[in-house]
Each structure stands twice: as structure tokens, then as C-alpha cells.
Ligand binder design. Structure first.
Ligand code: GCO
Length: 452
């Protein structure tokens, strides 16, 4: 059976990771500008000040996308470029940049998928508490409405939030990402509620301002892969995947972040432990959070191996074998995560699925022949896409796949140390070199995966 005839193949990026021009044309400060310029926070003190200079090179980059056979491009809008103070006066030059990018994409036959928030939160609103502030959903709704009014005549595909588990878990939980806070569940649970309200208000605004739009939401979470395909291990993996972890790690889960927007309720087993931290009257917010979506997105890179166990949980995680294959960023290579994740998620949420990120960090370099040979990435992608296609063959409603990433780019607290791109970027010269695997991926896209 394979992938649907209208399956969406594409590539993804994010504003702070590729744009640069951090202080240009009226862009306001983001928490990542502050964080990356704080000594000791980011490897090598790397910042997104210049990144891939996509702000100035976008026309060449879009032309390159077309040449590489990319027909769908997921990018994010930098909130502080549109509203330098997060609210209030709009920066016309910020709007102009995305206008030009969108027009360039459409002129090259590339469908834009717009992520409205991919972590570059306005510093001015951080000073007002950011997601901790009960007013934060209104700030986000205002920003989204401005984008919808300006771009909605040409952009019809939207993703509200990218990975709340990360921007709250790493940004407010363990402090490894901007804004670098270390807050307890008594703070992060109400914060998460504000984030989910923000998602709901954004969906409501998009529906009213962009008739016929398609909206998704892109959380993340390492899928649980059964150690064997026995019913016992499958049941154990499914249970582990949707369990809300104990308090100190509660943020790293699927069900708390997805049951509310997808099912209109927080998971009972999480509520029994975390419900005491929710704001008074939280129940009345659930219909707002539970807005109908056109697709449920997920970013999947690797998975955890789980088997049934005779313990209180009924499951246990299986350690990877010594020397098991890993990517350059030290993530295990577990292709079956792209079968079991979509399968379990579709069983639970019964909503069409798009993988909005999957890809591999490799030790890429330009060889003597001037090319970038990345056989490991091609093999990684091949294995993961075979697993993904198995889910499609078994009836999971898969709508798309975006490779992370179009360009090598700023990998957050790892700086420029990790290369996830289909295109190699020489940051000293901004020279782009298409990697070997991208020519293979072009054939995958052109044959709708039949060449796999
Ligand atoms: C994420 C983000 C991306 C990362 C990519 C590799 O998932 O962390 O969405 O911005 O760069 O996933 O880590």
C-alpha cells in the first residue's frame, strides 16, 4: 500500500537556528539571544547572531530547495521579529521578511508550513513572567492573529507550538535551555496549563482568520518500542509511552501534553499526582484547549526499548546493548520508533499524523572531492522510513514527513557542533554544499517512498 498519493514530503528548520540578523531591521531580543550570550550556557559560546544568515540568503536557499526536490517547507516565525516587545507595536520589516520568504517559496512551487512558536520567546515578555503569566495566552493569541492576518492569504498550513516538553522542560525545568530556569512542578504545571491554553487560543484565532486552514501541534517524546512483538511487551510499551513520570521528571511525557488538546482532558494517572498544582478553575479551560486539529504532529528521533515486567509498573526499560549504534549527538538509532510511535499515537488520538522532525546528526565534512558523503545519514533515514511505511501499510493515517533539517544549523545549547542538515553549511563562508543523502531523499520524495 505505501504512503498516500497526497503524502507530504518536506524539510524543516526554525527561525533562531538559521536566520541570523539577530539585531537587524527592528527585530527584538529573544530569550535565546540573552541565553546564548550568557557565558557558560552554550557550547563554545556560540550564538544565533549570524547562524546560516538565512535572513539575507533566503532567495538562494529557496532556489536550492527547489533544485533538491523539496515541495513542502516547514519553518518558524520569530515572534520578536514581528513584535519586538512581544506585544504592542508591530515591526513592519519583520512582516516584510516573512512576506518575501513566503512569496519566494510559492514562486518556486513550495508549500509553506508555518510554525508559530519554535522557542525564540520575546525577552520583553520574559521580563513579565512569560508562560508563567496567566496573561501569556493572550499575548500569544495576539501574535498569532497578526501572523494569520498578514500571511493567511498564502499560508494555509500551521503548527502552533514546537515541543512544549522541551521549551518548558529544558527552559523552565532543568535550565539547560533559555531562559535557564529551574522550577518545581508547582510552577511548571501551571506554566504548562498556560502553554496549552495558548495553543487553544491560537487554533481558535487561526480558524477565524484563515478559512480553510489546516492546523497541527508538534510535541515530542521518545516512543516506547516493545522489546519483542508479543502482546505482553506491546501492552507494556504502550503503557510506558503514555505514563506521566514521577514528579521530578513529569515534564517528559506524551499524555499530559497531548491528552488535553487532543482528548479534552488531562490523563487521570497524572492528575492524581499533579492536579494539586493546576490553577483554580482549570476545568473550565479544557474546552478552549481542546480545539479540533487537522493533524497531530510529532518529532521523533529515537525510542526507548520496553518489555513487560513483574513489577508495580508492569514494565521495565531495556538497556541498549554496549556499542549500540548512535548518532553524532549520541542519540541511539532505533528505527522502529518511527513505527511504534505513530501506531500508538494514532490508536490514542485517532488524528492524522505528520512527522514534523526526524533526522540525524553526523560528523559531516567536505571531502577532498568537494562533496559531503553521509552514508550513515542515508542508512538512518532509509531504516526509519521503512518503519514509518510499515505503519502506513497497517492503516495508520500518516499524512507527511519532514526531514530535520534543510540546513546544518544552530543546535541550541550544542551550538554549531551538531550537523543535522541535508545541506552542509560552512559557517565561515556561508557556502552551502548539498550532502549525498539529499540526492537519495530527492528520489524518495519523487517516488513517494516506493524506492525504499
Ligand atoms: C528539537 C527541535 C529542533 C532541534 C532538532 C535536533 O526537536 O529539539 O525541534 O530545533 O534542532 O530536533 O535536536
Amino acid at each position: 500500500m505505501g504512503f498516500r498519493k497526497d503524502f507530504i514530503w518536506g524539510a524543516a528548520t526554525a527561525s533562531y537556528q538559521i536566520e541570523g540578523a539577530a539585531y537587524e531591521d527592528g527585530r527584538g531580543s529573544s530569550v535565546w539571544d540573552r541565553f546564548s550570550h550568557t557565558p557558560g550556557k552554550v557550547l563554545g559560546g556560540h550564538t544565533g547572531d549570524v547562524a546560516c544568515d538565512h535572513y539575507h540568503l533566503y532567495k538562494d536557499d529557496v532556489k536550492l530547495m527547489q533544485e533538491m526536490g523539496i515541495r513542502n517547507y516547514r519553518f518558524s516565525v520569530a515572534w520578536p521579529r514581528i513584535l519586538p516587545e512581544g506585544t504592542g507595536e508591530v515591526n513592519q520589516k519583520g512582516l516584510d521578511f516573512y512576506d518575501k520568504l513566503i512569496d519566494e517559496l510559492l514562486a518556486h512551487g513550495i508549500r509553506p508550513f508555518m510554525t508559530l512558536f519554535h522557542w525564540d520567546y520575546p525577552s520583553a515578555l520574559q521580563a513579565c513572567g512569560a508562560w508563567e503569566n496567566p496573561y501569556s495566552p493572550v499575548w500569544f493569541e495576539n501574535y498569532v492573529s497578526i501572523c494569520a492576518r498578514r500571511f493567511g492569504d498564502r499560508v494555509k498550513d500551521f503548527i502552533t507550538l514546537n515541543e512544549p516538553q522541551c521549551f518548558i522542560g529544558l527552559g523552565y525545568g532543568n535550565g539547560k535551555h533559555a531562559p535557564g530556569l529551574l522550577l518545581p512542578p508547582s510552577s511548571t504545571v501551571p506554566i504548562a496549563h498556560n502553554v496549552l491554553k495558548s495553543h487553544g487560543m491560537a487554533v481558535r484565532a487561526l480558524r477565524s482568520l484563515v478559512p480553510g486552514c489546516r492546523i497541527g501541534y508538534a510535541p515530542c517524546g521518545d516512543p516506547c518500542v516493545p522489546a519483542t512483538e508479543t502482546e505482553a511487551d506491546i501492552a507494556a510499551a504502550r503503557k510506558a509511552y503514555f505514563t506521566v513520570p514521577p514528579e521530578e521528571n513529569w515534564l517528559w511525557n506524551i499524555s499530559w501534553w497531548s491528552d488535553a488538546p487532543m482528548l479534552g482532558q488531562y490523563p487521570e494517572e497524572g492528575l492524581s499526582r499533579l492536579g494539586k498544582y493546576l490553577p483554580a478553575g482549570w476545568e473550565k479551560d479544557m474546552p478552549l484547549i481542546h480545539q479540533p486539529l487537522d493533524f497531530y504532529a510529532q518529532n521523533i528521533y529515537n525510542g526507548r526499548i520496553v518489555r513487560a515486567a513483574d513489577n508495580a509498573l508492569g514494565y521495565e526499560e531495556v538497556s541498549k546493548a554496549p556499542g549500540a549504534p548512535k548518532t553524532a549527538i549520541q542519540w541511539y538509532i532505533t528505527p522502529d520508533a518511527l513505527y511504534w510511535g505513530p501506531r500508538f499515537l494514532y490508536e490514542r488520538y485517532k488524528t492524522p499524523i505528520i512527522i514534523t522532525e526526524n533526522g540525524m546528526s553526523c560528523h559531516d565534512a567536505v571531502s577532498l572531492d568537494g562533496k559531503v558523503h553521509d552514508p550513515n545519514r542515508q542508512d538512518y533515514l532509509h531504516r526509519y522510513l521503512l518503519a514509518y511505511r510499515r505503519a502506513a501499510d497497517e492503516g495508520v493515517d500518516l499524512r507527511g514527513y519532514f526531514q530535520w533539517s534543510f540546513l546544518d544549523n544552530y543546535e541550541w545549547s550544542e551550538g554549531y557542533n551538531e550537523r543535522f542538515g541535508m545541506v552542509y553549511v560552512d559557517y565561515a563562508t556561508q557556502k552551502r554544499t548539498v550532502k549525498d543523502s539529499a540526492y537519495w531523499y530527492k528520489t524518495v520524495m519523487e517516488t513517494n517512498g516506493e524506492c525504499l
